[in-house]
Write a protein that binds this ligand. Structure first.
Ligand code: SIN
Ligand code: MN
Length: 290
């Protein structure tokens, strides 16, 4: 999929692009059919909400689930990001966020690159997030909120919040959010939240400040998030387990566009379980190859 010059301009100005209904109901159904069994697994890669059994985030499904492995090589996501960076990509992070009905907790205001820089020593912001809705997203089930243009500030100050939710995050404080929203237009566009049917896709800059509220509605808001990093910008530290921050920097090769409904063979390195090495972490900076 090719971006138009107008889309590329809008991406640089706003920090995101929204593609309603990019994937068909049949394609989404293939992915949704897998989710309950993945969420039922008692594995480290399923992070549950604080005080609840509901899954907040499932990590690394592209390593052990065939439909998600195919999604991770889908040209509708990979090609536009590859074009924007003019470089091949590897999968830095892959998650299926639950935000389950009544139980899905907040995601505080943050930039993803803040975490990748601080925790993983990713050198620059040449990494992109892609979200795909597996459920319809409306104003009630905790849609993503963006501060348009906030990516142009680069990396902003953040604090490591280890207590608000079950998942540690480098978060941006309220005063700075107030300023960024004001600068982005205040009540006139300073916060936006793309909403739409299952199958919609959002592509957003790794410095775009974003958040989402809790889900008090009776509707799940399951979404997949791929974090695609330019290969030369790979992380330099394995402080987090491999299922959270991947260590294989091999460039992604796309499958054909119909790969979700006409399955092609894919590699599933963790089909029989996650290797013990995926849990080994280190605070040492990786030595660079010559
Ligand atoms: C994220 O920022 O990584 C997730 C936000 C959400 O799922 O609402
Ligand atoms: Mn995020």
């Amino acid at each position: 999929m090719k971006l138009t010059p107008a889309q590329i301009d809008a991406f640089h100005t706003d920090g995101y692009l929204f593609f309603p209904s990019l994937f068909t109901p049949d394609e989404v159904a293939v992915l949704n059919a897998e989710v309950p069994a993945l969420y039922a697994r008692r594995e480290a890669y399923n992070v549950r909400e604080k005080g609840s059994d509901a899954v907040r985030t499932n990590f690394a499904a592209h390593m052990y689930s065939e439909p998600f492995a195919r999604l991770g090589r889908h040209p509708r996501m990979i090609e536009p990001v590859q074009d924007l960076f003019d470089e091949k990509l590897y999968m830095h992070q892959f998650k299926i966020n639950g935000k389950m009905a009544f139980e899905g907790d907040v995601w505080q205001w943050h930039q993803d690159y803040g975490t990748w820089k601080n925790d993983d020593l990713m050198p620059t912001e040449r990494a992109m997030n892609v979200a795909i809705f597996l459920d319809d997203v409306n104003e009630f089930n905790g849609p993503l909120m963006f501060i348009p243009g906030s990516h142009r500030k680069g990396v902003v100050d953040a604090k490591h919040d280890l207590t608000t939710t079950s998942y540690p995050l480098w978060t941006v404080d309220n005063d700075l959010i107030r300023q960024l929203v004001q600068r982005g237009g205040g009540k006139n566009g300073g916060i936006v939240s793309p909403k739409g049917p299952a199958g919609s896709m959002i592509l957003f800059h790794s410095c775009l400040v974003h958040a989402s509220t809790s889900n008090l509605s009776p509707w799940n808001r399951v979404s997949v998030y791929l974090s695609l990093c330019a290969v030369s910008n790979h992380i330099r530290r394995h402080k987090r387990p491999e299922y959270i921050a991947h260590r294989d920097f091999t460039p992604i090769e796309c499958l054909p566009d119909d790969c979700l409904v006409n399955p092609r063979p894919v590699d599933l390195p963790w089909r029989d379980g996650m290797p013990a090495s995926a849990l080994v972490t280190s605070t040492e900076e990786l030595r660079q190859a010559a």
